[in-house]
Design a protein. Structure first.
Length: 201
């Protein structure tokens, strides 16, 4: 639910049907049941259907509940990374469901481009927001650009592991190295600010 606040400066309207006192709980439980069922279907029935059901749930939630189809209206590169990561999660499941022969690599669209980037970019947003670095939230600091670029390149190299199996370990080495470089850029950017916050208390 924090996505709309970070990206657009608004919360999901309280009058939204999903938050209605009488029907909201039922709708939320129904939605989460679909998400849970997608894992069971993937494991015990039909892998493709499980992926596509998961894609449908996540994309539907973004489109119809939190209205995250638009690019961020608030300034700042990190917000664009959060938005991108959020949409790469369902994209990975969509590609995996449509093209099962490449699903092992395509799932990393969700894992590296989605979950990993989301964790890193949201943590940066929290550090900047709660540490008194609000102006950086609205900017495009070089280290945040480095985080985004190296993590994207790590994803590309992970996909190349599947597309060019003859050089599997070559691409694996680059994917791992670029991922580590991305986390190093995160450390260089975030840790001094965290130390400053801790020292001021």
């Amino acid at each position: 639910m924090f996505f709309p606040l970070i990206l657009y400066g608004r919360m999901v309207p309280a009058k939204s049907p999903i938050f209605n006192v009488h029907s909201g709980l039922v709708k939320q439980l129904s939605g989460y049941s679909i998400l849970f069922a997608s894992f069971l279907i993937e494991a015990y029935a039909n892998v493709r259907l499980g992926y596509l059901l998961r894609f449908s749930f996540i994309a539907g939630y973004y489109l119809f509940v939190i209205k995250a189809h638009r690019l961020p209206t608030l300034p700042g590169l990190n917000r664009k990374l959060i938005w991108t990561a959020a949409w790469l999660i369902p994209l990975g499941y969509l590609v995996s469901g449509l093209f099962p022969s490449v699903s092992r690599g395509a799932l990393h669209i969700s894992f590296i481009g989605g979950f990993a980037l989301l964790c890193i970019s949201v943590s940066l947003h929290v550090v900047m927001g709660h540490g008194g670095f609000g102006q950086l939230q609205k900017a495009s600091p070089p280290l945040i650009r480095a985080v985004g670029v190296t993590l994207f390149l790590a994803l590309v190299n992970r996909l190349l592991m599947e597309l060019d199996p003859a050089h599997y370990f070559f691409w694996m080495g680059w994917a791992a190295s670029l991922f580590l470089i991305s986390t190093l850029a995160w450390c260089i950017f975030a840790l001094p600010k965290l130390w400053k916050i801790t020292a001021s208390r």
